[in-house]
Design a protein around this ligand. Structure first.
Ligand SMILES: Cc1cc2nc3c(=O)[nH]c(=O)nc-3n(C[C@H](O)[C@H](O)[C@H](O)COP(=O)(O)OP(=O)(O)OC[C@H]3O[C@@H](n4cnc5c(N)ncnc54)[C@H](O)[C@@H]3O)c2cc1C
Length: 425
């Protein structure tokens, strides 16, 4: 019997496996795909992900492979106002003197700016780097193994069943981790799969080559019909971009257009996009996926099993960023599992420590992210904010820093910040 079976070798599963294997546990990692494999995503890895990449020892690998660095953003509002900010130009002293309390920027002040920026790396490359790290640290990976069911005995999860090379195969373990993403079979089997349309986003992304005017800034377009969702252009090289759109399932279900139609209309009619996509060509096909958002009152552990990453609904409800929470939840799960294995206690109470830790790490962020989502749900509010930021460099940097997860989201909601925002132009 293995110590732990991890279902899914995406960021959450590779992170869980890497941390457990590094501590000397016997880990079996199963994935239904053969790597390198694709995963629909915006391909952005923000500063929180970068921190985890360092812990996993793959930050240098990313740099060696020349993964594209991102230093800020261009934000466009529904009425076409634009604000633009490069974090390398941030004057934190001035921002904290005028816009927001200094206290929450202490860590940032002490950090080298290079540590504050992210990467944009196609998931086909990124996930492969992570799964290699998990294997290097000692996890065993079986590819093309599709988990179809759990083995549950006396109320405890004891392993998995799946299809492998045309046969039904069983693997047993002391613990099972569901890291199988937004359509998690482990979550479904445990009754922990959540479908509420106000907590789900649908997203579509496509790759375009020959895109003009790409820089090392991500581009975010708040378009009236999709708020609080947005359209993005994330450069992955100097002329290739990941272009996509994300929209709340609640709104999409009422919409008469498909996400691909929203994207095509944007490319054909938006005044900035027309210029950018003049000579551009789509590479491959657009791919859609589901984003289960954080901030729901949910349970994601039971006797002998727990969920991490998208399977546990940990995506930032405003930005749609989920890779960082996938990596971080993998680490938290590994730490709690290590304690459970030492004590030979796989009860709900023992694994409840995982819930305590993820709530402590994510819950406040989810709260402020939900407020940002509310802010971004009104065209009027987005127009106002972006117009104001287009005239004030420090506010532009604050706004961009918050949207790209470089600055804490709560900085936006300090009384002093709100009051200054409301001051007339
Ligand atoms: C359109 C879109 C854009 C996004 N943009 C960003 C972004 O720019 N930045 C960001 O941080 N996040 C983004 N996200 C969110 C991000 O993609 C996810 O949060 C992230 O992939 C979660 O990682 P994970 O490991 O939990 O799941 P996944 O990456 O989905 O990995 C799950 C793994 O499980 C395997 N699996 C599934 N079922 C089974 C099974 N039955 N048996 C065996 N294996 C199985 C899959 O093959 C896969 O390898 C975006 C999401 C979408 C849809």
């Amino acid at each position: 019997m293995r110590d732990v079976i991890v279902v899914g070798a995406g960021p959450a599963g590779s992170s869980t496996s890497a941390f457990l294997a590094r501590s000397g546990y016997d880990v079996l990692l199963l994935d239904k795909e053969k790597f390198p494999r694709d995963k629909p995503c915006g391909d952005g890895q923000g500063p929180r992900s970068v921190e985890m990449l360092k812990e996993l020892g793959v930050y240098e690998v990313m740099k060696e492979k020349g993964c594209h660095r991102l230093y800020g953003a261009i934000v466009s509002s529904p009425n076409g106002s634009i604000c633009k900010a490069d974090i390398r130009e941030a004057n934190i002293e001035r921002i904290t003197r005028f816009w927001t309390p200094r206290k929450m920027f202490e860590d940032i002040i002490r950090t080298d700016i290079e540590n504050l920026v992210g990467f944009s790396t196609p998931r086909k490359i990124f996930d492969n780097i992570l799964k290699d790290a998990a294997i290097r640290l000692g996890a065993e990976l079986i590819e093309e193994f599709r988990v179809t069911d759990l083995i549950i005995e006396d109320g405890k999860v004891c392993g998995v069943k799946g299809k492998y090379q045309g046969e039904i195969v069983e693997h047993r373990s002391k613990l099972v981790v569901g890291a199988d993403g937004a359509y998690s079979i482990v979550g479904r089997r445990l009754g922990m799969f959540h479908q509420r349309p106000e907590h789900i986003v649908y997203g579509v992304r496509a790759y375009y080559e020959n895109v003009r005017g790409l820089t090392d800034l991500v581009e975010v377009y708040f378009d009236k019909g999709i708020l609080p969702g947005y359209i993005w252009i994330f450069p992955i090289s100097k002329d290739m971009a990941n272009v996509g759109v994300g929209m709340l399932a609640r709104d999409y279900n009422k919409s008469s257009r498909t996400l691909q139609e929203y994207l095509q209309t944007f490319i054909a009619t938006n005044k900035f996009a027309i210029e950018k996509f003049q000579d551009a060509r789509m590479v491959g096909h657009p791919l859609g996926w589901r984003l289960p958002l954080g901030g729901q009152a949910i349970k994601n552990h039971t006797t002998g099993a727990l969920l991490v990453g998208d399977a546990a609904s940990f995506i930032d409800p405003f930005t749609g960023e989920g890779v960082c929470a996938a990596l971080e939840s993998g680490k938290m799960a590994a730490e709690v599992i290590a304690i459970a294995l030492e004590r030979n206690d796989f009860s709900v109470a023992s694994l409840g420590e995982y819930e305590r830790r993820w709530r402590e790490r994510f819950e406040e962020d989810f709260k402020y992210s939900l407020r940002l989502k509310w802010l971004a749900s009104s065209p009027w509010r987005v127009n106002y904010l972006v117009r104001k930021a287009s005239r004030d460099k420090d506010l532009a940097i604050l706004l961009v820093g918050i949207i790209t997860n470089i600055f804490p989201q709560k900085a936006m909601f300090k009384a002093v910040t709100m009051l200054k925002l409301l001051r007339p132009f």
